[in-house]
Design a protein around this ligand. Sequence first.
Ligand code: G3I
Length: 360
Amino acid sequence: MQSRRIFLSQLAAAAVAATFKANAQALLSSPLREAASSRDILFGCATTNFELRQSDFAQALAREASIVVPEYELKRNLVEPARGRFDFSAADGIATFAGNHRMKFRGHPLVWHKANPPWLDDALAGRRAENLLIDYVRKSTAHFAGRCHSWDVVNEAIEPGQPQNLRQTPWLKMFGPSYIDTAFHVAREADPDALLVYNDWGCEAAGENHDRFRAATLRFLEGALRRGVPIQAYGMQGHLQAFGHDIDQTRLRAFLDAIKSLGLKLLVTELDVDDHGGPEDVTLRDRKVADMTRGFLDVVLDCNTTMAVLTWGLSDRYIQPPYEPVDHGWKARMLPLDDKMNRKPMWQAMSATFAASRRR
Ligand code: G3I
């Protein structure tokens, strides 16, 4: 009787193991949006209206992504080309595509020191005028309220080594550090539901500069939260260099744990792996890009406050200058799909990491 019970329990265990293996295998060939959602994470990417007009790309995007962000159509030089004249039509096109394909939509950015229209650069050099900040933030967040997962409210405000480790932008020069507080409070009031994100780079890799950036970022976030600024998440851009600084998983994990201890969620907002400086052999470059992707995401996905991973584009086909290294004459290979929408080793690495991630 005993041996029969042992046999049956072994049979059951084998059946469970086989099912788990089959599920894991199935997950490895599933679109990234499905593999990610099995860990309660959103996967998506930045895109453009031009890309969405290419049918093979649009099909790949609809298959793989569950969240999208305009790569540049929601930047102020396009949205408010003349003072007080707003045009959200380009970004609305992407938001409509998202809605039609069961995707979430995120906004990027509200306040940045780049991609501003010339009239604003001039105005920010003139007399202090709060409406230059408040009106734009309020109008943009209100326009997408109810259909926006999250906003990069302030983008790239930190520069270690500057006074208070703040980048000397026209916003800082006109308003002082309070522009950050104002932007988040106005966005919160205009859209009570969107997740409000502080977005930046510099904390992903190994090296002294990244150590300084991580320390400055934590101090910046601690101070803002202490002042009651409604920041809900840190957006870690994730622009990696396959043949540059490696990922120091120990330091990255400690940084993400510190972000979590501040009560903040985490999004990877602009992941790509620049293969500049690598060998001409595509197989070797793709392998290094995939290995770095895996090393980075293993740490990110171990963190149970990670909500989303977005790559900065989905296919190598649309990578623009300055990424295309004219010196070698070969195109960069930084994203999950190649220029024919085929899944690359980077895609395999992301799929395997989503499937394997344990949530701490
Ligand atoms: O579409 C116009 C085209 O009609 C015109 O002929 C051409 C020449 O001026 O410009 C084209 O627009 C360009 C747009 O990219 C689309 O290619 C803009 O000039 C150019 O400034 C814009 O660059 C974007 C850049 O942010 C500035 O907005 C890049 O696509 C985008 O990848 C980059 O993304 C940034 C994130 O927002 C923040 N983090 C870093 C990241 C990479 O730099």
